[in-house]
Ligand binder design. Structure first.
Ligand code: PRX
Length: 632
């Protein structure tokens, strides 16, 4: 097993890479010793399964195993929205809290294989609830606090969650987010499977409670025992289910299994962030996304680290709030998104300059391509040129980091995701599905299997195969494009499918289009992503009203545009709100009826030079008409 606490050097990195490629069975069997097994596995890979005959428990790996050596070490620091709200939980404290929560879940009839929906703001109860589920073998289904009631309802129905953990309110800066009320509406819509709702008091606001179904969580935790037996899980038993967006309107429930996922989270956390015992690891992601699973929770805790959870926002109530948090808690490792970096950059260099950020050692980014400008700012202004910037490429489906310039593995380049981690073999394919060797650009696939790979899509294995395995037989298809430079380093160029990446959040074009179709005033629509200074990509929507004359009536068109924005907010969530809505008489299509999104993107970006051959369109006259209408 590789030494967890040593900064890699290029020779060691090369050695690990060679060993993992030459004999994956031995490499992963050795690496599996990072975890604590109730019964160790006799082999590594088994088809889609990993470590199949091994028995373990993820919560025991994140808690119990550390009690003897790290019982008094701080496992979790919580910095609340209010400056004075600070909580420090040692491993012993966190273990006790997780046990209490797990007992409450068991008392409500939750057992192995049941789904528990977690719908919380960034408070410790989120991590505690995830680990409590893992302890009793229930699958957690974390639902982002920004989802609308409709979006929550779809996910409750698909997952069949028996129990929901939500909060009276969430806070986003000065704003209050009525989580419980939204969840109530979701359950009323399509939450037939939900038997119990446990409510965390975040603001202490009076939330409406349904007798018999809803319970305040605190009193239940107070009387619950702090000892809780754990469920021995097969490595291939499911750990959780997390929804993400793809090319279809329906969100996909990605299923991750216990052993492979946990190993991947621990292995990648140790390597990519050069984890050390006294690190304070601040992952700014919400637990509603995969980053909050792998690097706010499982990876750092499996490695015995100290995590920081911050309830608030980067620039509230003042532009230096984040840097206050980093200084106050002596953060060593900051893992965030290019969107946050761009926003913080705008506040000016003097804001971070007023803070002591000398504890910082490693900086990481994830979720979207980072520009050379943002990378350089992060590296020089925040990292003072001392801290490696690890731009990590991965996906909900991959379970953890796949491609990143690991500290010590060689020189980093601004903006490049760089090199695969040992054990990952990416390949670029051209439009004829032929491998591109040497420099070039193509679609990014992965050649081999790795332990963290999602096992399936919940209740839809056929979709798992058609989405990831069938497009390029023999490879895992990522949905991203990438370029390889002369040095062999990889640069991610973005999605090649209809997924839009807004502030690092994946949103399917089809999700937006389905939301619009539900408003019967629109005959058709197309949602596309265009570059956005702050968010990376912004959403632009073209809608065709049923009543075609409305497209030419400015007042009607404005009302329809407003209706479109409201519809997306209602059915997806406000985080997916379009920047712009164009009400148009028709959409450009091929003769076979496929919408030509490339043209819509060019028009929205005001790039009308070189639109290519329009004569193959069903209605070639439409494009000049759209340009005249939209660009004037
Ligand atoms: O397009 C890639 C982009 O985010 C997608 C995965 O989104 P999600 O499953 O929500 O997971 C986000 C957190 C891992 C990818 O298909 N992406 C992620 N990281 C990067 C990235 N694009 C460029 N550079 C990255 N470092």
């Amino acid at each position: 097993m590789s030494d967890m606490n040593a900064l890699l050097d290029p020779a060691r990195f090369a050695d690990l890479t060679t060993r993992a490629a030459r004999d994956p069975e031995t490499f992963w069997s050795d690496e599996a010793r990072r975890l604590e097994w109730i019964a160790p596995p006799s082999h590594a890979r088994n088809g889609r399964g990993w470590f199949s005959d091994g028995l373990l428990n993820a919560s025991a790996n994140c808690l119990d195993r550390h009690l003897a050596t790290r019982g008094d070490k701080v496992a979790l620091i919580f910095q609340g929205e209010d400056e004075d709200t600070v909580l420090r939980l040692t491993y012993r404290d966190l273990h006790a809290q997780v046990c209490r929560m797990a007992n409450v879940l068991r008392d409500h009839g939750v057992g192995k294989g049941d789904r528990v929906a977690i719908h919380l703001p960034s408070v410790p109860e989120g991590v505690i609830a995830m680990l409590a589920c893992a302890r009793i073998g229930a699958m957690h289904v974390v639902l982002f606090g920004g989802f609308s009631a409709e979006a929550l309802a779809d996910r409750l129905a698909d997952s069949g969650a028996r129990l929901v953990i939500t909060a009276d309110m969430g806070r986003r800066g000065a704003k209050q987010i009525p989580l419980k009320a939204t969840m109530d509406r979701a359950i009323a819509l399509r939450g037939e499977s939900v038997e119990t709702v446990l409510v965390v008091a975040v603001t202490g606001e009076d939330a409406p409670m349904t007798p018999g179904r809803d319970h305040a969580l605190t009193p239940l935790l107070e009387v619950a025992s702090a000892a809780c037996t754990l469920e021995p899980m097969s490595a291939d038993d499911n750990l959780f289910l997390l929804y993400t967006s793809g090319s279809t309107g329906k969100p996909k429930g990605m299923v991750h299994a216990t052993g492979g996922y946990l190993l991947w989270a621990a292995y990648t956390h140790a390597l990519a962030f050069d984890h050390r015992e006294d690190d304070v690891f601040w992952c700014t992601a919400d637990i509603g996304w995969i980053t909050g699973h792998s690097y706010l929770t499982y990876g750092p805790l499996a490695n015995g680290g100290t995590i920081l959870i911050f309830e608030g926002m980067p620039s509230h109530p003042h532009p230096g709030r984040w840097w206050d948090v980093a200084q106050k808690h002596r953060v060593t490792t900051l893992y965030t998104s290019p969107t946050a970096i761009r926003a913080l950059m705008r506040e000016g260099d003097d804001v971070p300059a007023r803070h002591d950020l000398s504890a910082l050692r490693v900086l990481g980014t994830v979720g979207e391509p980072i520009s050379a400008e943002a990378w350089t700012w992060f590296s020089t202004v925040i990292g003072k040129g001392r801290c490696p910037v690890v731009d990590t490429w991965w996906q909900t489906e991959t379970g953890g980091i796949m491609i990143a310039p690991i500290p010590g593995s060689g020189t980093a380049k601004p903006g490049a995701a760089m090199r695969p981690l040992p054990g990952v073999q990416p390949i670029l394919l051209d439009e004829r599905a032929q491998p591109i060797t040497g420099a070039g650009e193509g679609v990014l696939c992965i050649t081999n299997a790795w332990p963290g790979q999602a096992r399936t899509i919940w209740r839809d294995d056929a979709l798992f195969c058609t989405t990831y395995l069938d497009p390029y037989p023999g490879y895992y298809f990522t949905g991203d494009g990438a370029r390889r430079d002369e040095d062999g380093d990889l640069w991610i160029t973005g999605r090649v499918d209809d997924v839009i990446n807004v502030s690092g959040h994946r949103i399917g074009s089809a999700e937006i289009e389905d939301a619009l179709a539900a408003e019967h005033v629109f005959a058709e629509s197309a949602a596309i992503g265009i570059p956005h200074d702050l968010k990376g990509q912004g959403i632009v929507v073209y809608v065709v009203p049923r009543e075609t004359a409305a497209a030419d009536d400015a007042e009607r068109a404005e009302a329809l545009a407003k209706q479109a924005i409201a519809a997306v907010g209602k059915r997806v969530g406000r985080y997916a709100a379009p920047e712009q809505v164009f009400v148009v008489p028709d959409l450009p299509k091929t003769r076979s009826g496929k919408i030509v999104r490339r043209l819509l993107r060019k028009i929205a970006c005001n790039e009308t030079e070189g639109l290519g051959d329009l004569s193959t369109l069903a209605d070639p006259e439409l494009v000049p008409a759209l340009i005249a209408k939209i660009l004037g």
